[in-house]
Each structure stands twice: as structure tokens, then as C-alpha cells.
Design a protein around this ligand. Structure first.
Ligand SMILES: Cc1cc2nc3c(=O)[nH]c(=O)nc-3n(C[C@H](O)[C@H](O)[C@H](O)COP(=O)(O)O)c2cc1C
Length: 192
């Protein structure tokens, strides 16, 4: 199993898949990893809909403005925020912020776990909320946050660049330069 820094460094968005299944055991590991994520007040104000059915995956790809590559990925995990769950304790902040953050972090954990298991993944955020909700038959008060698609990558993906760190990491106060001293070469993306 790769270490956490290998996972962070080597993960890429994958948009071409072989269609090979994600094993039952691996799918369960990925979901367990999602459940390890922190959440506000430990409320876990999110839900995950596991979609393996081909017809439903096609509909999710359509609902995602025809991102056809999604269909080749054998599992789609739809992460939903449950604003009402967070609102009970945290009011408006829970409703508008924490529940979305809970879902986002859980999706991130799932994505990284899938990568660690050797799968390709892509975070899909461009979709029509209403259509996604209809495809997975979710109650109206949920909010879809991300679809993580998972499958066997068809090819090696290129590395993407990053903004220069000095343009968005500051020391002590906004705008003051932070002196970045690179450590592990593998963690430093081009442009960084
Ligand atoms: C909030 C969010 C929404 C995204 N939506 C999409 C999407 O709808 N389709 C897609 O192909 N990639 C999507 N991505 C993936 C990004 O394009 C990708 O992470 C970025 O280009 C950096 O490339 P990398 O993931 O290979 O490092 C999204 C990523 C995030 C975090």
C-alpha cells in the first residue's frame, strides 16, 4: 500500500476507464475511509449513494452536462449534504456551511482511498443538481455536492500544474509572503 504522500502526489483526475469492476471489498474499504473523515460535531451531515447500475450511471453522466467519460467508471459515489442534520445543532452555519464541508471531506477521503487501492478517480462537480437528485431518487432537502467516479484507469494521466504557492500562501497576515522551502520533490507540482 502506498504511503499518504505517494497518494497525495500521484493522484490525478482520470477521465478514461477500462470499465473493470471495483471489487466489493475495495468498495467497502473506500466507504469506510469516507466514514473516517472529520465532521462538524461528529454529526456526519452527509449521505452517500453508491451507483453501479449502468443505466443510472448513464443518466448521471447526462445530468453532468454529458460528461460521457463518467459512464466508463464502474462506480459513482454521489455525496449529498444533509443540511437539516447540521442545522439542528449549528443553525444557519450548519445548514449552509458545515453540511457541505462534511460531504466534501468525506468525498475527499473516499477519493484518496480509491487511489491508494490502485483505482483512477475523478471529482465531478459540474452537474444539474435537480437532475442528479432525480436520478438517485433523493429527498428534496438533500444537496448533491460531488460525484466521485471510480474505476480502473485506461492510461497514465499527465500531471497538472498548480499556482505558484507564493501567490496564495501567506505568513501571519494576508498578502505577506510565506517562504516556501520545498521538501519532497514528488509533492511539488509544476508551477508550484
Ligand atoms: C469542486 C470540483 C469540481 C470539479 N468538477 C469536475 C467536473 O465536473 N468534471 C471533471 O472532469 N473534473 C472536475 N474536477 C476535477 C478538476 O478539473 C481537477 O481536479 C483539476 O483540473 C486538477 O487536476 P488533478 O485532479 O489531476 O490534479 C473538479 C474538481 C473539483 C475539486
Amino acid at each position: 500500500m502506498p504511503d499518504i504522500f505517494d497518494v497525495l502526489a500521484e493522484r490525478r483526475s482520470v477521465r478514461s476507464y477500462t470499465g473493470e469492476e471495483v471489487s466489493e471489498e475495495h468498495l467497502n474499504m473506500i466507504l469506510e475511509a469516507a466514514c473516517c473523515a472529520p465532521s462538524a460535531g461528529n454529526l456526519q451531515a452527509y449521505e452517500i449513494v453508491v451507483v453501479r447500475d449502468l443505466e443510472r450511471r448513464k443518466l448521471l453522466a447526462k445530468a453532468s452536462y454529458n460528461q460521457d467519460f463518467m459512464v466508463e467508471a464502474s462506480v459513482h459515489l454521489v455525496f449529498l449534504a444533509v443540511p437539516s442534520r447540521s442545522a439542528v445543532r449549528y443553525g444557519k452555519r450548519g445548514e449552509e456551511l458545515y453540511s457541505l464541508q462534511d460531504a466534501t471531506i468525506a468525498a475527499t477521503f473516499a477519493m484518496l482511498a480509491a487511489h491508494a487501492l490502485g483505482y483512477g478517480t475523478c471529482w465531478v462537480g459540474a452537474f444539474d443538481d435537480f437532475r442528479v437528485m432525480r436520478v438517485i431518487e433523493a429527498p428534496d432537502d438533500r444537496r448533491p455536492v460531488a460525484i466521485i467516479v471510480i474505476g480502473r484507469g485506461r492510461k497514465e494521466e499527465g500531471i497538472t500544474r498548480r499556482r505558484k504557492m507564493s501567490s496564495f500562501v501567506f505568513a501571519e497576515r494576508h498578502g505577506a509572503p510565506f517562504e516556501h522551502k520545498p521538501t519532497m520533490a514528488k509533492l511539488v507540482r509544476p508551477g508550484c
